[in-house]
Ligand binder design. Structure first.
Ligand code: CA
Length: 226
């Protein structure tokens, strides 16, 4: 056995029979699992359970697996192993660039799934915590420690402000639209002007670094990186 005990797998699957089998096999191999049967629940558990890998069925009630993957990828590089019922779908899915780490088609053997989970986790092993620290000029955002710094000085930011700043830092000088930034807020159906209010507060909290967040007229915001 490899030292993979305690790795957490989020199984997103609405078919009880399949989810039961997957969880049983994964647990027998030393993984901790949680199950989501809807896309909405998948997003909740992704935040609460902080899985090391997500096994994501694409055909889900409410929010599709594709939307779930898109949402997660705006904020996280957690490995995603996508499950689709159609082998011929994979090419199309690859074209959508959803950021999946691998695809598996139904019907599958649970043993094959476990092997693929291990392979994806091994490949992802190199991109550990360091990936969650973003630097842009004098600004540093650490999403693991939930801290931001301006020229080495800590800035007291709310979780929302941290996520906005991380998104801007990740964009490496590219302007992000208010809609793209809205995705970071995790609040559904709010007005894009909410973003303006958050950015205003974020600038203030960042002190001297606040000026690095530039307004790009007609587009949104950009973090000046040099
Ligand atoms: Ca399904």
């Amino acid at each position: 056995m490899e030292a993979m005990a305690e790795k957490r797998i989020l199984v997103v699957e609405d078919e009880t029979r399949i989810a039961d089998v997957l969880e049983r096999y994964l647990r027998a191999e030393g993984f901790a699992t949680e199950r989501a049967t809807t896309g909405r629940r998948a997003l909740e558990l992704w935040r609460a359970f902080q899985p090391d890998l997500i096994l994501l069925d694409l055909m889900l009630p409410e929010i599709s697996g594709i939307e779930v993957a898109r949402t997660i990828r705006t904020r996280s590089d957690v490995p995603i192993l996508m499950v689709t019922a159609k082998a011929e779908e994979v090419d199309r899915l690859l074209g959508l660039e959803l950021g999946a780490d691998d695809y598996i088609t139904k019907p599958f053997s649970p043993r094959e799934v476990v092997a693929r989970v291990r392979a994806v986790l091994r490949r992802a092993g190199g991109r550990g915590r360091a990936q969650r620290i973003y630097r842009a000029g004098a600004i540093e955002v650490d999403l693991d420690a939930f801290e931001a710094r301006c020229g080495g000085q800590p800035a007291a930011l709310s979780p929302t402000q941290l996520r906005l700043l991380a998104a801007l830092a990740q964009a490496e000088g590219r302007a992000l639209s208010r809609h793209e930034l809205l995705d970071q807020l995790g609040e559904a159906y709010v007005d894009v002007r909410t973003v303006d209010a958050h950015v205003k507060n974020l600038r203030r909290r960042l002190g001297p670094c606040g000026a690095l967040i530039e307004t790009v007229r007609g587009v949104g915001y950009r973090l000046r990186v040099n």
